[in-house]
Design a protein around this ligand. Sequence first.
Ligand code: UDP
Length: 342
Amino acid sequence: MGKTLVTGGCGYIGSHTIVDLHDNGFNPVSADNFSNSYQKITEGISDLIGKPLTNYDIDLCNLEKTEAIFKENPDIDAVIHFAAFIYVPESVTSPIKYYRNNLINLMNILDCCKKYNVKNIIFSSSCSVYGNSKELPVRESTPFGEAESSYARTKQMGELIIRDFCLAYPDTNVVILRYFNPAGSHESSKIGEAPILENTHLIPIITEVAIGHREKLIVFGTDYPTRDGSCIRDYIHVMDLAHAHTKAVEFLLEGKNEKNCEVFNLGIGDGVSVLETIKAFERVNGIQLNYQLGERRPGDIAAIYSHTDRSTNILGWLPKRNIEDIVKSAWAWEQHKKWLTS
Ligand code: UDP
């Protein structure tokens, strides 16, 4: 069994994927410079995989240093490329920072895969490539919409770069995974969502209010054309999402792909509103949340959720967890995570 190089392996989805790969008999190594993760998370990962995590603490925009990983590990047979800047509001105010990081590190990885004969690549994309789609649920064939942020545009551009790469090198195989809204944490609470920058996502904000780090949650908009007026998203448990990467590596290594660039949506296919998410959190955890109905947040779309036929029938991936599992594990993690910064 060769190695799987996981870039951004100490980040939120990357760390859970390393654990899932390990649990399924793969041999993951990480490349992560802790630009938005705590070094201590490696202890949680190492604990779960039962051995010290191999992590290369380098900036993947540095081609020489990136190449050194491939030279040192000639047995890499697949790369999962997570490493990216992911803060939507920051990407709007600092677009060049996002284009430079997210596109240069991708091109460096592609160059290295070509040079060092790594034929299997998984790329982290996002449902934000669909923009404000009128077609719901969105399918992989739904065209890109107008990007709502520079972050979203880096994902669109990343996908286009990969498409051209796949045309130029037909013997390289890529799976592009478009994530909906990842949330929750590993059931052990040894790893979870722990960004260094302030959280902007709904579920970690809910748990931060519940634990008292924030005074209250503002529901951004209650006049959307949805069943209760609040926005609808497709929340996907991070452990299910992590497992989709293991399935994608297996899919490529077993040569199950029809084309050399396959795209899959990763969501559960069901939309949950902001108010329903709050209610699920309160019900499952027996906590009353301090929240207030507020104005719309600029740039938000009313509703988006995934069409799941391709990920179910072609990738063979079936998410097992629902919104209740998500809010339960997110709350367990919130109560546990202080060790990371202590
Ligand atoms: N949201 C909210 N209050 C918050 C944070 C988020 O009402 O403090 C809403 C947000 O407006 C959106 C949904 O929760 O409708 C999901 O937002 P998130 O940032 O988690 O994901 P994204 O907008 O990227 O889908």
